[in-house]
Design a protein around this ligand. Structure first.
Ligand code: FES
Ligand SMILES: [Fe+2]
Length: 421
């Protein structure tokens, strides 16, 4: 009994002196925490950009009850989902990002599955990135699985045939005159906005527009966010023309989860307010003039003007003007299956406002997750019940239809020819 009493007295003494110590040094501790947070933001902003990734089942399944069989229930929710009718072709014509530039080093080879294709992306000795079909025309080995870069050629791992920069067969071991007319499909490839893009066209036309890098030397990458989304590609850019959803989905503060936990905080949290105007641009482009305000009571704490340019079906540039300087966000949407999109936002800003780039990368990710939660559960509606505020959705669909052409593979055929992804 005595020893229990002694132990509790000692424990109480330790706890009390710890609290006393913390209390006496509370200012120092607060300063240390704030300094730690600042150091972290600076580290992420200037040294190691933040890469934020969310996989397919991570967003939009909060409505599935918890329990040991939750993964099974999520899988069931996904497979029992109605897909909708009159779904447009899944692979429109345009430029699509297939890799991050920094992931393809000189002499490096990358396997990419996208647009119903198996591709081999590699960087030659001249520093140029190229993309060819993955399968060798000889006996069908996969060049991206064990192939080597030799100069600017890609060499098959099976019998070491080499294909040149244009995809033509250039050498066969032990054979002096290589057979003529043997080649591998080589895809038109460019690098822009920190990514590798290929031109996909169902009619095999050369690129209908060129793609230039938007990043100047002053604009550096401050991070990117990567999402796998379960919906048709068209649904994602349509979000920009869907003006009504902005204040319905994106007005709640990013800090609202904290507010749900501590309701008193809600009085000090504020909300986002948006305005948007969508319009057609030159043939393959469309634009959105977007404004964002973060208001707390009557105070406007953070105003941002955003010039959005949609370039073809799978590429968007958002130029943000803030009172702390500019930020560029480049979005790519790449169909990796008929109803599966890889969406990447790459965030760039000048050195002087690098921390803003870091913060906006995170803020934009959390806002984007709200859209993903809807896309991952919705079905495609070919003939919506439009109201007046939806007129830009109708205009957007008519504009987007230019990216489908006579030989675009249908949704049904693309599904039938699908590999197990
Ligand atoms: S399969 Fe590629 S060289 Fe034989
Ligand atoms: Fe949205």
């Amino acid at each position: 009994m005595d020893s229990v009493f002694l132990y509790s007295n000692v424990s109480f003494g330790i706890i009390r002196s710890t609290f006393d110590l913390l209390y006496q040094n509370s200012l120092v501790i607060l300063a240390a925490v704030i300094t730690g947070m600042l150091m972290f933001v600076l580290y992420r902003s200037y040294i190691s950009p933040d890469f934020y990734t969310k996989e397919l089942t991570e967003i939009g399944f909060d409505h599935v009850p918890p329990g040991p069989d939750r993964p099974l229930r999520i899988a069931r929710t996904m497979t029992s989902r109605r897909l909708g009718s009159k779904i447009p072709p899944p692979y429109p014509n345009g430029w699509f990002a297939v890799a991050e530039s920094c992931d393809v080093k000189v002499g490096g080879v990358l396997a990419v599955d996208a647009l119903g294709q198996n591709l081999c992306v590699y960087r030659g000795a001249d520093g140029v990135v190229r993309c060819v079909d993955a399968y060798c025309p000889h006996l069908g080995a996969n060049l991206a699985a064990g192939g080597n870069v030799c100069g600017n050629c890609i060499e098959c791992p099976f019998h070491k045939w080499r294909f040149g920069a244009d995809g033509a067969l250039v050498s066969v071991p032990g054979v002096e005159s290589v057979p003529k007319g043997v080649s591998i499909k080589s895809w038109e490839t460019v690098e822009a906005d920190g990514a590798v893009w290929i031109w996909y066209d169902a009619e095999n036309r050369p690129p209908l527009w060129s793609l230039q890098d938007a990043c100047t030397m002053q604009m550096r990458c401050r991070g990117r966010n990567i999402f796998t989304v379960n919906c048709h590609i068209q649904e994602i850019p349509e979000n920009g023309a869907d003006v009504a959803h902005l204040n319905a989905v994106h007005s709640e503060s990013l800090l609202s989860k904290l507010g749900e936990k501590y309701p008193l905080l809600l009085n000090f949290i504020g909300s986002h307010y948006w305005t948007a105007e969508w319009s057609r641009g030159d043939h393959h482009t469309s634009t959105i003039k977007l404004t964002h305000d973060y208001k707390l009571m009557k105070m406007n704490l953070f105003h941002v003007d955003v010039d959005v340019t949609q370039i073809g079906p799978g590429h968007v540039r958002l130029k943000l003007q803030t009172s702390f300087g500019p930020v560029l966000i480049s979005q790519s949407v790449t169909p990796i299956g008929p109803l599966q999109q890889k969406v990447v936002h790459r965030v760039f800003s000048p050195n002087y406002n690098a921390p803003l780039g870091y913060i906006l990368n995170r803020a934009e990710s959390y806002q984007f997750e709200r859209d993903v939660a809807i896309w991952n559960n919705k079905r495609y509606v070919g003939a919506p019940a439009y109201v007046k505020t939806d007129k830009t959705i109708r205009a957007f669909r008519s504009w987007f239809s230019q990216f489908y052409s006579e030989n675009s593979i249908s949704f049904k055929d693309a599904n039938n020819s699908m590999l197990e992804w």
